[in-house]
Design a protein around this ligand. Structure first.
Ligand code: SF4
Ligand SMILES: [Zn+2]
Ligand SMILES: [Zn+2]
Length: 323
């Protein structure tokens, strides 16, 4: 998205004067039409991929950051237009990242209060026994240290899944945007994580035995680039927590470099994120259905599916921290 049009033209949609240029579609847009187009893309993504039924109870992974705030705001908008839909529930995971998550949680609380949304906060400290800061302090000088994001993502995924189910949710809505999908896919290619790409197929129909463990996830923002979401939420004047997690800066993760590559490349080839998403969707579907019938074991500690291993990833990680 270029905020400045290369040549000043009228809005492609309404004919008034435009101040935005959407490079990947070649559209000139005024602010109002841009906002409407974002909301339309969310509606269309939900219906194209059959993400929601009117009788779903939706739990939203809600951090107070721009993506999950835009997601919750739009699900409220959609819910208000859907006759007899169930109330939404917001679920925040407190990893225990001092000076960051505590602040974003305050903003998440404010938002839920303002829109009268049921809100639950689940902490690493209470569920896992340690905050992320404590895990990092304990592990960062040891040989098996894996960087904060690896611990964080595994624990958070498990807690979101378990609590969304416990709260009676039939869908867990997450705020991953187009840029996140493109970045994750490219990273998995670089590391040749073929099996993981298959496991990430977003429209998977779990084997019946597995579906009792995992809630269905939906990603209504998957066709929206990060910069457009940021512009949208700023134009709408919705309060969100704007800072990035400090661990993302500290850890020498490849993700940062991949993101920079995508940002630079999309200036020349604006369709690149969409190509990566479409390629991911096709490839992950192929790999997922090819591997679907692979037998799996159950974790000796918690009983969750653990692939071909004795312990699942969550319990493996817990064991390394306890040792
Ligand atoms: S950047 Fe890494 S450590 Fe920070 S919240 Fe995300 S996954 Fe967790
Ligand atoms: Zn317009
Ligand atoms: Zn386990």
């Amino acid at each position: 998205m270029n905020h400045q049009s290369p040549i000043r033209k009228n809005c492609t949609l309404c004919g008034k004067s435009s101040n935005l240029y959407r490079q990947h579609s070649g559209q000139f847009l005024c602010n109002d039409c841009f906002i409407k187009s974002i909301e339309k893309i969310i509606n269309r993504t939900i219906s194209k991929y059959n993400m929601l039924n009117p009788d779903d109870l939706i739990v939203i992974g809600f951090s107070g950051g721009k993506d999950s705030t835009a997601l919750l705001y739009n699900l409220i908008r959609i819910q208000q237009e859907t006759y007899n839909s169930k109330d939404l529930i917001a679920l925040t995971i407190d990893e225990g990242i001092e000076g960051y998550r505590d602040q974003s949680i305050n903003i998440a609380k404010e938002f839920c209060k303002k829109f009268a949304i049921e809100h639950h906060i689940i902490s690493f400290k209470h569920e896992f026994g340690l905050t992320l800061n404590e895990i990092v302090n304990q592990k960062n000088s040891s040989d098996d240290y894996m960087y904060a994001c690896n611990y964080c993502a595994t624990i958070r995924r498990r807690l979101l899944n378990d609590y969304a189910k416990e709260l009676g949710g039939s869908k867990l809505a997450l705020g991953h945007n187009l840029t996140d999908f493109a970045e994750t896919f490219l990273m998995n290619i670089l590391y040749k994580r073929v099996e993981l790409i298959g496991n990430q197929y977003p429209f998977r129909k779990e084997q019946k035995v597995l579906s009792k463990f995992f809630i269905n996830k939906i990603f209504p923002l998957m066709r929206l680039p990060e910069d457009e979401l940021e512009l949208y939420i700023n134009l709408k004047n919705i309060h969100y927590y704007p800072k990035h997690c400090p661990y993302r800066e500290k850890d020498p993760i490849l993700r940062k470099r991949v993101l920079k590559f995508i940002q630079e490349t999309k200036n020349m080839s604006p369709e690149i994120e969409f190509n990566l998403l479409n390629c991911f969707l096709e490839l992950s579907e192929l790999i997922y259905y090819k591997k679907k019938e692979t037998p799996y074991r159950l974790c000796k500690k918690c009983g969750y599916p653990s692939g071909s291993n004795e312990l699942c990833r969550y319990c493996t990680l817990k064991a390394t921290v306890e040792n």
